[in-house]
Design a protein around this ligand. Structure first.
Ligand code: TMP
Length: 232
């Protein structure tokens, strides 16, 4: 019997005694209105999963890789309001292609749970619903970037954009190029998330982010537990 069979057997045994397949990676995206509390929620979810022994990879879009982070700087730079909508869309697509190839797929192959702060649903919300770029153009660019890949679940932290921006201001943060858009833009983006969630309930969960932090977290952990039951 080869060494690899022995190792595989030992791994199966460990998985069996743990009662859960720790080698099966899956990906959850946290997305939604700006200022809805994604960062706090993601940190708590990471703690929760790590305490259960899961290997977690936190990442974000735009960004996630060295190339992606450079693209992020270009996209969000408030000093270049002249960026065309198509340039913006393609930059998001370029960053995503790199992100999936360099970081996400290898992590999933290693059995990690990938948690991303935004992903492809944001492109539909912001570039289609808010910017007004045609749906088939968005789909083309996204499909090129995704190349058949799809996250397992999108958790939308839903909040009225005016409330979200208040929170951004109260943290003393400046607005990036997209947050600096008219309030109507952020309202359209929010409705974009809600529309996507209605159209694909199997891929989206909407959580009311205007609730107390504790209640938001309780709702999020329920979603994570059901994903663990399904994929773990
Ligand atoms: P963040 O501030 O949550 O990191 O997100 C950066 C901004 O980029 C936010 O305003 C949403 C926007 N965005 C898009 O417009 N399209 C996308 O595909 C992604 C990933 C983000």
């Amino acid at each position: 019997m080869g060494l690899e069979y022995i190792i595989a057997g030992v791994c199966d045994y460990i998985l069996e005694i743990n009662g859960r397949d720790m080698n099966k990676g899956f990906m959850v995206v946290f997305d939604g209105s700006n200022g809805a509390g994604k960062t706090t929620v993601i940190k708590s979810v990471e703690k929760y999963l790590s305490s259960k022994g899961f290997d977690v990879l936190l990442t974000r879009e735009p960004g996630g890789t060295p190339i992606g982070e450079k693209i992020r700087e270009v996209i969000l730079d408030p000093s270049t309001p002249e960026m065309s909508f198509m340039t913006e869309l393609m930059l998001f697509g370029a960053g995503r292609a790199q992100h999936i190839q360099e970081k996400i797929k290898p992590a999933l192959a290693q059995g990690k749970i990938v948690i991303s702060d935004r992903f492809d649903a944001a492109t539909f919300s912001f570039q289609h619903f808010a910017r007004g770029i045609a749906l088939d153009t968005i789909t083309k660019i996204n499909d090129l970037a995704l190349a058949g890949f799809s996250p397992n679940m999108n958790v939308i932290l839903d909040l009225e954009p005016s409330e979200g921006l208040k929170r951004v201001h109260s943290r003393g943060e400046g607005l990036d190029r997209l947050e600096d858009e008219k309030s109507e833009f952020l309202i359209k983006a929010r409705n974009g998330y809600l529309t996507q969630a209605q159209q694909a309930p199997e891929k989206f969960v909407v959580i009311d982010a205007s609730q107390s932090k504790q209640k938001v977290l309780t709702d999020v952990i329920k979603v994570i537990d059901s994903l663990l039951d399904k994929h773990g």
